[in-house]
Design a binder for this molecule. Structure first.
Ligand code: DAH
Length: 473
């Protein structure tokens, strides 16, 4: 079961061990400053200085950044929606989890997976954290929040909206995982009476009613072969609060809307490949699969095939009715999606290393321009420097890999390219477990020296002993 988009591996591991917790140097006074506000810290605090450094970067506000280009392309596909892209990343646990129906023991809440500022406050792990808040702002006509929309008049009561934002999750280190990334949330609601009217006019056909409610043309393109073999049923049920045809109408309307968006964007990528002389034969196949989320039912994921692999790019579904009820709109129903920007941008722009999005090297930034998808030309890769670290796991307490990841990021910043477990064995007599991790260091803009990497590696080893309680070998 997929628990949270792109954190499935972390979430699956989360139950296996409790975090020792990376401690902060900066919380000496028991307070942590984030984007100009300060928060009390407590035993939950695990947000590192390296992560806080990312919170103000504003990549989505740099018009020629590939992530901002993709965000703008998506915004443009939804002209009738209110567009938000300036909501701050610090949210409450209530917003991020409780308001969406996450169970108290849901693995997504674990300290090993989420950056907590304190027990009640965290860096949002997904843009869904803003669903209830923005729906309620619309229902109550909360002027201050509504004013943050860039095109408020398009959907003045937030009946339909998009939120693009940076999100944060503790995760492993490799070319496609980074603890800060970006999502676009989409929410579309309908008055139940409107759906009843549409269905009546379409003689009860949900797909005809969905087509009538949708101003755009149906997606049909060679850029993407669309396949959908999902079935609404016991494993992916309609909520008891919804009539079957109401839910089917929402599902049809959602899939129509999203197919059109994705096909529109992939068509631009196919053009870019043609221009750069690559052969985009077959385009990018797209498929729908069944999924599960605490805040939707039925639920689906959309995947795009790239170099033989299916990449999950989006989770979505019919919104749980309690969210709309809690927002003060029990007479409306809706669908929602959460779209990950990095994976799709890597595919569209041909970017192979996720760290590049955070680079300010002009050889990266100068290659892109607003509104345009073009294939990134890799500049020369500098040689890597690889170091192994072997250690005995702590006898008491637990070791969690994500603590090691954050510790290396703190010591090395973006010089770290990958961290992976290469060996693990249990001593036959003592029963102690020994592990060896391999750390690849590589700069994106210069050749690193062995001396400087040795100094970083020393800091890593030292902190591992002090903060994770391991015994080096
Ligand atoms: N928030 C989910 C994640 O990050 C993605 C998602 C799934 C968003 C379903 C939605 C949704 O709005 O309806 O994994």
């Amino acid at each position: 079961m997929l628990v949270l988009l792109s954190a499935s591996r972390g979430a699956a591991r989360a139950g296996l061990g409790r975090a020792a917790g990376v401690r902060l140097q900066s919380s000496a006074a028991g307070r942590l400053a984030v984007l100009g506000a300060t928060y009390p810290t407590d035993g939950w605090t695990n947000t590192t200085a390296a992560i806080l450094d990312k919170t103000g970067r504003g990549l989505l506000h740099q018009p020629s950044h590939p992530l901002a280009i993709l965000k703008d392309l998506i915004f443009r596909e939804f002209p009738g929606y209110a567009h938000y892209d300036s909501l701050e990343p610090v949210v409450t646990a209530q917003q991020n989890f409780d308001s969406l129906g996450f169970a108290p023991d849901h693995p997504g809440r674990a300290k090993t997976d989420t950056y907590y500022i304190n027990r009640d406050t965290l860096l949002r792990t997904h843009t869904s954290a803003h669903q209830l808040q923005l729906l309620a702002a619309g229902a109550r006509r909360d002027g201050a929040l509504l004013a943050l929309a860039k095109n408020g008049s398009a959907a003045p009561g937030n009946e339909r909206f998009l939120v693009a934002a940076d999100v944060y999750r503790r995760d492993e280190i490799d070319a496609s995982h980074y603890p800060a990334f970006h999502q676009v949330e989409g929410v579309c609601t309908f008055a139940r009476s409107e759906i009843r009217d549409l269905l009546r006019r379409a003689n009860g056909s949900a797909s005809a009613a969905a087509a009538a409610a949708d101003s755009g043309v149906e997606a049909a393109s060679t850029a993407a072969a669309l396949s959908d073999a999902t079935v609404i049923g016991a494993g992916n049920p309609i909520q008891p609060e919804h009539a079957a045809e109401e839910a089917v109408f929402l599902a049809e309307h959602m899939k129509r809307t999203m197919n059109r968006m994705v096909v529109g964007i992939l068509a631009k990528a196919v053009d870019a490949q043609k221009t750069s002389g690559e052969d985009p034969a077959g385009g990018f196949p797209v498929r729908w699969i069944d999924a599960q989320f605490p805040f939707t039912s039925p639920s689906w994921e959309m995947e795009v095939q790239f170099q033989g692999e299916w990449l999950e790019i989006c989770g979505c579904g019919v919104m749980k009715q309690f969210i709309l009820n809690d927002a003060g709109m029990p007479d409306r129903v809706g669908w929602a999606f959460g779209f990950g920007l990095e994976r799709l941008a890597m595919l569209l722009f041909g970017i192979r290393d996720i760290r590049l999005f955070w680079s300010s090297d002009p050889r990266f930034t100068a290659q892109f321009s607003p509104g345009r998808i073009n294939t990134f030309r890799q500049f020369s890769r500098h040689p890597p420097c690889t170091k192994d670290v072997s250690f005995w796991l702590p006898a008491a307490g637990a070791f969690h890999e994500n603590d090691l990841m954050d510790l290396v990021r703190e010591a090395a910043g973006d010089l770290v390219e990958g961290v992976r477990l290469v060996d693990s064995f249990t001593h036959p007599k003592s029963g102690r477990v020994s592990q060896c991790y391999r750390i690849d260091y590589r700069s994106m803009d210069r050749t690193v020296t062995n001396d400087e990497i040795n100094a970083i590696q020393e800091r890593v080893r030292d902190s591992m002993v002090r903060r994770l309680g391991v015994e080096l070998r």
